[in-house]
Design a protein around this ligand. Sequence first.
Ligand SMILES: Cc1cc2nc3c(=O)[nH]c(=O)nc-3n(C[C@H](O)[C@H](O)[C@H](O)COP(=O)(O)OP(=O)(O)OC[C@H]3O[C@@H](n4cnc5c(N)ncnc54)[C@H](O)[C@@H]3O)c2cc1C
Length: 497
Amino acid sequence: MIPRVAIVGGGISGLAAAYWLVARSEESRLPVEVVVLEAAPRIGGAITTEERDGFILEGGPDSFLTEKPWALELARRLGLEHRLIGTNEAYRRTYVARGNQLYPLPEGFLLLAPTRLWPFATSPLFSWRGKFRMAAEIFLPRRIPRDDESLASFVERRFGREALARVAQPLVGGIYLANAQKLSLRSTMPRFLTMEEQHRSIILAMRAQARAARAAGSGARWSLFASFDRGLQLLVDALAARLGTGRVRCSTEVVRLEKAKAHWQLVTKAGEVLLADAVVLALPAFRSAKLLLLASPSLAKELEQIPTLPSMTVNLAYQAAAMHRQLAGFGVVIPRTEGMLTWATTLSHLKYPGRAPEGMLLIRAFLGGEDEAELLHWDDERLVLTVRREVEPLLGIDRAPVLVRVHRHPETMPLYQVGHLQRVQRIEELARTEPTLALAGNSYYGVGIPDCIRVGEQAAEKIWRALSNSPWRSPARSETGDRPTASPTPVDSYHRR
Ligand SMILES: Cc1cc2nc3c(=O)[nH]c(=O)nc-3n(C[C@H](O)[C@H](O)[C@H](O)COP(=O)(O)OP(=O)(O)OC[C@H]3O[C@@H](n4cnc5c(N)ncnc54)[C@H](O)[C@@H]3O)c2cc1C
């Protein structure tokens, strides 16, 4: 009998899990039936690219980090390497908005800390008092709390309040749409904690890293962020093509999951009952909680504690002549203290080549978060007008856009609260007792696309192992040495942070 795996959720996490299982099955010639069940009429979840009038509009994410290798590796396995593009080298700069002015982050300023003295000392972004407080970080002792702490607490104790308000909060807000007071340091930026543990001073640690990188030469094949020539949808489309239509079912929302002896029973919204030997839930945690209420109430209880925030993007296209400010960067972050609803803006036409036709601009604004959930219910016109009122004066734009597009994501951005990692550990322990159930998605170990891919692949590997050791595999078959000896990529060497 061929075992069947149901993957609930057809975002990048579910698709990566499905592809992993199919690759495993083909490699080892042990058949597995894989089906992806997706509630929406389309797959891809948050990833959605539209092509209109020569513009490439990203309605969800527009990039992935190349430092974390899992997205690049997947692209390579899918034969998409020649379609990868890096960010435009001339414009790799971020601005911080303050009082209707844009201040570039000083050169060498890496996320939270300055690594180069002169650009930092001469930057108008910080007051002298703020600069002295930040520089004093070099002399501060280690003070690592035993428990998790908020990102705000960490930045404030090491770099001071001004660094938090003017840089750290806007930068992390532009990623997580959340207040740094609420965000867990261990779950969002664990490397800073490691730096404090290992080097005491973050500035000294980052300077050492920057020196080492310079000494090694600029051999990096890719810029820090990358995408594909036709946008991120290309990755989703390639996965779908590789899986084949028979393995993906859209407009199929799973509303109930029950354990029936050795298999799982999935009930869809349309009332269909599907049986599976194993299940991957590649969903926001609170959605998985709803499905697991009957099968594993204790697991459901932990899962429902991870909140999900709504988010929106507004793409605005203009004639190039509409913009009067000359900017040499593609990112603008807006501190909450500016009183705006927009968290961040990307100048997409500068960030990647081919995003806008010649003579045109493409601006993308990012909104949402816990305190602004009601924006989800605003109509397009109101959202667009709000973004225009906030962003156009900042960028020096004095004409109406020629094209606008709003995308809403009611439940894609998890909130990693202080203590998140401990909760995830409890979730893992509970999930371990169910070998044929795996959790994937962005609710646990990172929101970025590479993290989602890694967690999806790990979930698939858990299921693969459970099926490989189960009665579905006849002893005669496994004794022939047909079992996989190597994974398509070394999943066992992945370290969860
Ligand atoms: C606006 C925005 C910008 C972002 N920018 C970036 C970026 O630039 N770089 C980056 O790396 N990351 C970015 N992210 C984060 C990243 O895009 C997401 O974390 C990632 O795409 C989530 O993938 P996922 O598969 O885990 O979840 P999702 O994409 O949310 O997919 C889950 C799927 O499950 C389906 N589903 C839900 N319930 C059910 C059910 N009961 N039955 C069946 N199906 C169900 C949903 O319809 C959905 O398709 C961004 C996110 C957003 C929203």
